[in-house]
Design a protein around this ligand. Sequence first.
Ligand code: ZN
Length: 340
Amino acid sequence: MDRLFCRVLLSGRNLSRLCWVIFFLFVEAVFPSCQTVPVSAAAGDAPLGEFKAVVVGSLKPGEPFVVAAAGKLPQEPRAAGRMQAALIRGERQLNRGVFFGLGETSSRGPVITAVMAVPSTAGAGPAILRIEAEGRVVHTLEVIIGERFFAAETIAITGAMSDLLTRPDPEKTAQAEQMWAIWARTGEEVFTEGYFIVPVNSTVQTSRFGGRRIYKYPDGRSSSSIHAGVDWRAPTGTPISACAPGRVVLARFRIVTGNTVVVEHMPGVYSLCYHMDRIAVAEGDLVQTGTRLGDAGATGFATGAHLHWEIRVATENTDPASFLGRRILDKEAILAILND
Ligand SMILES: [Zn+2]
């Protein structure tokens, strides 16, 4: 009887169906994170019933945005490998953020948020925001990335500067790795909800964020890069201040960026001041808006005294101007959307 059953099962179409079942079971076992979830019709849909996830604000290249969620969360917010959100276009991940507790409760329950950024290199058009818990996709939102234009600039490089940029140096590599480790860390402390200020009293911006740069070397060669911050003209000795409350996580000399101060402001959000003549704070210090971080200078890779001011969000460089005059973590707006 068993033998007859097996013969029927394995004959013709049944055999090919069995092969497909085995194939899918294999894929699910080997790639559990490949679970697919239907894309919701519009941002704000709540396919998990009690759980709601939303994008707060619009998405533009080189600018930050906030993802907020509340309700019956698929994972304990403080669990190791916290819930994450990934901005995806096609096969490419544009950015990845980690959720943290906002310290607010909506009508659906405690609110979690992730501060993320659209890379300045992302083109306009649709993308997908994937929300993940325990490594599995639990929700997807369709989003639209707006259009933005970035200026081009050409910079003549001196022999010494060329050496600084191109000469292989293990110490330079170690410093770059240390900086990336800082940017990649998403803490849980919210030192500020936003409202950043320009950290230097200067009226001359010598280089804008996102500028597509061509470096011209003395030997005729050239290379390209994208300016990750804004440059303010500032004579040596000009006071440099903290742009918002936070904790100093790096205050030391680096080969390329000179005397450098990095301040953590909220989970995954860091401001950076480069090329300073003097540093006036120490790692671990808590600072308020306006606390003096040091003095402007021309240390490291600099063509003259200036302040390079940069803000990293979930490792991505973002336009510091998009942090001025508004709160990034606008709690009223977040609660209004989640309560809706
Ligand atoms: Zn710069």
